[in-house]
Ligand binder design. Structure first.
Ligand SMILES: NC(=O)c1ccc[n+]([C@@H]2O[C@H](COP(=O)([O-])OP(=O)(O)OC[C@H]3O[C@@H](n4cnc5c(N)ncnc54)[C@H](O)[C@@H]3O)[C@@H](O)[C@H]2O)c1
Length: 393
């Protein structure tokens, strides 16, 4: 079993023993002064296909690691914060990145059991991945999760944008975010992202699958190429991301049977009702809910809840409000809204379709994500966040 496979298991063992999430940094150097975790390492190296046989071997190794951790516990419940695993390297755990880093800087301190978290702490200490996190809803969600105490990985095809945004989230001098470049529609790239997250922080508790594109157009006019682009990124990529990320969550769970993790797909109100001259988008979003329901049934065995959030229109985000390419400008120029003479007229027209009279905003979506994480007794749902514009039947 190699480091990428083993790291989430060790993170899980810490979480099970301490009762809460940790950041787990690692290093290939085996520091001889650290306590040794003596285990017989069975299991494939970062397996190509995650078969039941591979999972069973990993689960057995995870059980042994869990028992070894129980034996490492002192009477006060504390554990060594740093460990050495022969043949693999050294691991450094902390309740956040800064603490784990200070352990890496040379401490051989211990970690005490974590106090039980209240509802306001639902994201605290968790590691979250937000795809398409460089701008728009993704950036709002990433910022909100950092504010709620999570460590956030901002993943985007716009590598520079993701890095600049993660730097901004870290501007207070405390590292709370990092960036990774990914094309969610390319499986190799998604796998590299999953490995990079494990190498950087040890595992993952929350995947927010947010990256998406929109190419509106009539069925009579939209090119097959645009239809396929939208389907690839909004629909097929969700399969790729879940396929490559869930093994990390499954390995953690193998060592932390009382820990659950979450997958949240940012869907749309167009996943709940059709969208005129926008079929590629609505079709992919409807399909996304089919994937969410099916993954939810399958992955609950591993403590993974899978839900979708269906936001209404984010009028203040770049998709709508970009002064050159935003939908408001486009709709004004194409005369889509009868009688509209300005961007403000177009905006008002769309706001008037919402019973609550405004567009959906980042904090509205964030609350729904926190609900999904907090709610232990729900999976496979599509939660509307539309100001009443779309109501469930
Ligand atoms: N804006 C809205 O009104 C609205 C409403 C409901 C749902 N949504 C959904 O919210 C999500 C985000 O939308 P947004 O409006 O914030 O979009 P946006 O265009 O502002 O941002 C999307 C981000 O995804 C990234 N991205 C695009 N393709 C990618 C790929 N292949 N790999 C990795 N990253 C990629 C982009 O670089 C960008 O940073 C989408 O899933 C969208 O369908 C948006």
């Amino acid at each position: 079993m190699d480091k990428i496979t083993m790291t989430p298991i060790i993170r899980g063992a810490y979480m099970e023993a301490l009762g809460g999430p940790v950041v787990l940094l690692s290093d290939v150097e085996e520091r001889s002064e650290l306590p040794e975790l003596k285990i017989d390492l069975k299991g494939a190296d970062n397996p190509e296909t995650y078969t039941a046989a591979v999972r069973a071997v990993e689960a057995e190794t995870a059980r042994i690691i869990r028992e070894t951790f129980a034996a490492l516990k002192a009477d006060d419940g504390s554990l060594p914060a740093a460990l050495r695993v022969p043949g693999i390297g050294s691991f450094f755990a902390g309740t956040d990145w800064a603490e784990a880093d200070s352990v890496r800087q040379g401490g051989t301190r211990r970690l005490s059991p974590l106090p039980s978290a209240g509802r306001g702490d639902v994201a605290k200490g968790r590691i979250a991945l937000v795809t398409g996190g460089a701008q728009g809803f993704g950036a709002e969600i990433a910022r909100g999760l950092v504010g709620a105490g999570a460590f956030v990985i901002v993943a985007d095809i716009n590598a520079d944008g993701a890095r600049v945004f993660a730097d901004m989230l870290n501007a207070g001098g405390v590292k709370r975010a990092s960036a990774v470049a990914v094309d969610v529609s390319n499986e190799e790239s998604v796998k590299a992202m999953a490995d990079a997250i494990v190498a950087e922080v040890g595992g993952l508790d929350l995947l927010v699958s947010n990256a998406g594109v929109l190419r509106a157009g009539s069925v009579l006019e939209l090119t097959a190429k645009d239809f396929e682009l939208v389907t690839r990124i909004n629909y097929s990529a969700f399969f790729l991301v879940v396929k490559q990320i869930s093994p990390v969550m499954i390995r953690q769970r193998a060592a932390a049977p009382s820990w659950t993790s979450d997958i949240v797909q940012i869907n749309s109100k167009s996943g709940l009702e059709g969208s005129n001259k926008n079929a590629a988008y609505a079709g992919g979003k409807f399909g996304g809910i089919g994937l969410v329901q099916s993954f939810a049934m399958e992955l609950i065995e591993y403590g993974i809840k899978v839900n979708a959030i269906c936001p209404g229109n984010f009028f203040d985000g770049p998709l709508w409000s970009d002064p050159d390419r935003g939908l408001f400008v486009q709709y004004l120029n194409t005369g889509k809204v009868p009688g509209a003479e300005s961007v403000a007229d177009v905006k008002r027209y769309y706001e008037n379709k919402v019973p609550m009279g405004r567009g959906c905003e980042g904090p509205d979506v964030l609350k729904a994500i926190l609900y999904c994480v907090d709610q232990a007794y729900e999976t496979g749902q599509a939660v509307p966040v539309t100001g009443g514009q779309v109501m469930l039947k």
